[in-house]
Design a protein around this ligand. Sequence first.
Ligand SMILES: NC(=O)c1ccc[n+]([C@@H]2O[C@H](COP(=O)([O-])OP(=O)(O)OC[C@H]3O[C@@H](n4cnc5c(N)ncnc54)[C@H](O)[C@@H]3O)[C@@H](O)[C@H]2O)c1
Length: 308
Amino acid sequence: MRNFKDKVAFITGGASGIGLGIAKAFADAGMKVVLADLRRDALDEAVAYFEKRQLPVHSIQLDVTDRAAYERAADETEKVFGKIHILVNNAGVGAGKSIEKTTFRDWDFGVAVNFMGVVNGILTILPRILKHGEEGHIVSTASMAALSAVEGNAIYNATKSAVVALMETVACDLKNTNVGASVYCPGPVSSNLAVTSQLVRPDHLKNEEELAASPPVKGNPSANDLFMTPEEAGRRVLRGIERNDLYILTHPEFKEGVKARCDAILKAFPDEPLNKERAELLKKFGTLLYNPIYDTQTTPGPMDGKTE
Ligand SMILES: NC(=O)c1ccc[n+]([C@@H]2O[C@H](COP(=O)([O-])OP(=O)(O)OC[C@H]3O[C@@H](n4cnc5c(N)ncnc54)[C@H](O)[C@@H]3O)[C@@H](O)[C@H]2O)c1
């Protein structure tokens, strides 16, 4: 997708952090942005940035796990801006815990937001993009943690890996349309994730100690001078959509680790001769043996050095 002027983007988790950075980059490119987020106060704060600059913005309070509300949010967006061209499934929650300490409530919460929230977005909005027939794109935020496991982070790694697999498949399924698909796997970005993940957790999915704890203090504990700014993280998403990248990556520091993982998978194949007849049979199952979608990925050049 190359022409962004007056296109409409629906961004979940758009009130804060990376989602807000994406919205700013999109607005700078001439798009109309819809910020969809669970937190009304954060939405109001975020909207002020766009209104001050007279950039077209609309905010919707939405829980991405609520399918009926998602449908209403899509209707509202079409009423306000006419069409949706870009869907950014970015809302997410994090909580690192060693596997034996995780509870079913932890899993239900993580899977509902990080994975089913993405599915809900695609099933609600993709038909609307396909229906109007103009160019479009779907990008979902996974994480570097999806491409190389981070210990003590099972729910996050698993849900984000599922998002990678989902978006790879969405890209295949949409290859003959004018709707592109990307999965965004950023490394560390300064954001509010640690605090917002507690703020947005519904009581029925809290463990007893969380129900007993006092509410988290607002602030930015995930911020670090060496982390990427949300604005730069946002510009990288815009560039990835422009390039129609299957994977939008940010931090080259992770390349060695991801290579080690890919190498480990290759090393695990048994050292045996190929069964040529079986290979021929397996070729009949579409892309089971070889998927040309992976050949589409090229290496982007360096980004501009802007941090704000
Ligand atoms: N910050 C990082 O270093 C980093 C790295 C890799 C991936 N990510 C991913 O980036 C995405 C954005 O996170 P961030 O770091 O900007 O954190 P953030 O907390 O600043 O933003 C996340 C936003 O999602 C919203 N949200 C949470 N649950 C929601 C729900 N059910 N419905 C609607 N909105 C909901 C929150 O209110 C918040 O505004 C997440 O998917 C996260 O997993 C972050």
